[in-house]
Design a protein around this ligand. Structure first.
Ligand code: ARG
Length: 576
């Protein structure tokens, strides 16, 4: 086992059992990193109350029964009853050596769960906005991390592919012609197509009437109408895939599970909720009222599942969706990577599904995504107030990265530079989305995200490229640097301990759904490497054993950084 915190937890628990009886063998010994040693066990203070003894006496009893001679070189009681634990250098070295050549870098395989993961979810014939960018990037990092931990991740791209706007969109498609340049806009600039349809709808009574008749035909399953609708979806999918491709996102057509997927079940969903007494007709609409969901003046907020005109909405689809995920997909956890403002809606969906008895042991979780703001502190838009074209934004990131690369590496040929610029530009945008807690808002700022210092994508990418260049200079492959690892200098010790942190961090990211923790970890690791590299000569180390050890630490750092970035969906350029 490579995680010192876990090892020490077990050892102190055994001591607790031996000192105070079996009842105490599972008490959390509260092992925390400490300023005064590597770790501190803080359990004595809470236990003292339970045992009716002085905290310092409790601490002494723990230390007396503690068997850690193979792990710690110093155990010391401090303050009111903290137990300070300082790890042995040879133990740290041996655990770090275990990581060499380990594909998992110390991360465990967890018990396999089925995890439907709802993310990205753009709308057909609409531009993806920066909010979709963030759910896409965060969702994809979670998908990669959970898969690495051994889970069965079932990607669900819940695209908006149904609803009344399709009447107007289909009529517009018919007028411009299916093979026309205007129709092809859907593949590149969907908002332009949408605006074209919208203008006709607003400007002509006759067009609007046709659009409404078209909605009825769509709902009635008219084959020609369905064919045109499918054409709209297919053209939009081309656009989504271009974005996913540019972003290096793992979503494919096989993951599409849009709103329309559930059309055939909406009637029976409503029926079932009515039969179970959960849904009632109110002012002509079928509604679910839930305790605790009240609006202004304490008025209950309904979840409308069938409108008074008989139509179904977003809520009905989401109910059918959660039932499918819990029962058909046999979910252990159902993850929704969706904007924070949809929190109330989702809570109502979860509560309704729970009351209907659909959830079983499935646990729904909303991974709330905070807004992406412009420099003015408002939702990011273009100067004219229009939504930002995502493709243009990504291209701008690559262009700006190209300037950085051209300045730094005029020696490289153009094709190589272009490749690096793509990886750095996209990596910078993705990392900026990931490094901030997913539920917090942040300001989209190219200069900050592309900076080569600080907790940025380019800084970490640069760290990996620099390590690769050390190996190129030394004329050997990182995989050849296998140690044996020894840990003598403080900077070596700090770096080795940082390397041991990878497994526990990845577990935390998967359990708590917090990719920004992995970013913070990688940033710390890169900083630990920098101070190691400044203080400890690697290629120039005189003693061959020291050189071999330091090369192995360097290679382990590279592997860990590359693996961590890969779990985030960020590439590591060969050179920079
Ligand atoms: N298409 C929606 C939007 O753009 C997001 C859908 C999220 N998923 C869900 N199951 N409701 O806001």
């Amino acid at each position: 086992m490579a995680d010192p915190q876990e090892v020490l937890t077990q050892r102190v628990q055994s001591a607790l059992g031996a000192a105070f009886g079996a009842d105490y063998a599972e008490t959390d010994p509260v092992i925390r990193p400490s300023q005064f040693a590597d770790y501190q066990a803080n359990a004595a203070l809470a236990l003292a109350k339970r045992l009716g003894r002085k905290p310092r006496d409790v601490a002494s009893a723990i230390v007396e029964h503690l068997d850690v001679t193979d792990v710690c070189r110093e155990v010391e009681i401090s303050g009111p009853g903290f137990v300070n634990l300082t790890l042995r250098e040879d133990w740290i070295a041996d655990r770090t050596q275990d990581l060499v050549g380990d594909e998992r870098r110390g991360a465990p395989l967890q018990e396999r769960q089925n995890i439907p993961l709802d993310y990205s979810a753009p709308n057909v014939a609409k531009e993806m906005h920066v909010g979709h960018l963030r759910t896409t990037v965060v969702g994809d990092a979670l998908a990669r991390t959970l898969e690495f931990l051994g889970h069965n991740v079932i990607r669900q791209n819940h695209i908006g592919d149904w609803g009344t706007p399709f009447g107007m969109l289909i009529e517009h498609l018919l007028e411009v012609g299916e093979g026309s340049d205007e129709a092809a806009l859907l593949k590149n600039d969907p908002n332009a197509f949408y605006q074209g349809a919208r203008a006709k709808f607003d400007g002509s009574e006759e067009f609007a009437a046709r659009a409404r008749r078209r909605v009825v035909a769509l709902q009635a399953g008219d084959p020609e109408t369905l064919r045109l609708w499918q054409d709209l979806i297919d053209l939009s999918t081309v656009y989504f895939n271009k974005i996913y491709d540019k972003l290096d996102v793992t979503l494919t057509d096989a993951d599409l599970a849009g709103e329309s997927t559930y059309n055939d079940t909406l009637g029976s969903i409503c029926q079932e909720l009515e039969d179970k007494g959960l849904a009632v007709v109110s002012e002509g609409a079928l509604c679910v009222f839930l305790d605790g969901f009240t609006g202004r003046e304490g008025k209950p907020v309904p979840l409308i599942i069938r409108k008074s005109d008989g139509g179904y909405g977003y809520g009905t689809t989401d109910l059918a969706t959660i039932k499918h995920r819990a029962q058909e997909l046999k979910a252990d956890r159902v993850l929704y990577v969706i904007g924070a403002p949809q929190s109330l809606h989702l809570q109502m969906i979860y509560e309704t599904a729970r009351k209907a008895g659909w959830l079983g042991s499935a646990q729904p979780v909303h991974v709330q995504i905070g807004n992406v703001l412009g420099g003015d502190g408002k939702i990011l838009r273009t100067r004219s107030g229009a939504p930002i074209r995502l493709m243009a934004l990504l291209d701008e990131a690559i262009e700006r990265a190209a300037k950085v690369v051209a300045d730094a590496r005029p020696d490289l040929d153009e094709a190589t530079r272009a490749q690096i610029a793509r990886e750095v530009g996209i990596g910078a945008v993705k990392y900026a989305d990931l490094s901030i807690s997913h539920d917090t808002e942040y300001v989209f700022d190219f200069d900050r995200m592309l900076a080569l210092t600080g907790n940025t994508g380019p800084y970490l990418q640069y760290a990996t490229a620099r390590i690769r260049s050390i190996f190129r200079k030394g004329g050997l492959e990182p995989a050849e640097a296998t140690g044996p690892i020894t840990v003598d200098e403080p900077a070596e010790r700090t770096l080795a301990l940082a390397l041991l942190g990878f497994g526990p961090t990845v577990v935390q990211v998967g359990d708590e759904l917090v990719p920004h923790r992995l970013c913070a970890y990688l940033f710390e690791l890169a900083q630990a490497f920098t101070s190691f590299y400044e203080n400890c000569p690697v290629l120039k180390a005189e003693d061959p054993a020291v050189r071999a050890s330091r090369l192995a630490l360097t290679a382990a750092t590279l592997d860990t950084l590359v693996k961590g970035l890969d779990l985030l969906g960020v590439r590591s350029p060969e050179q920079m």
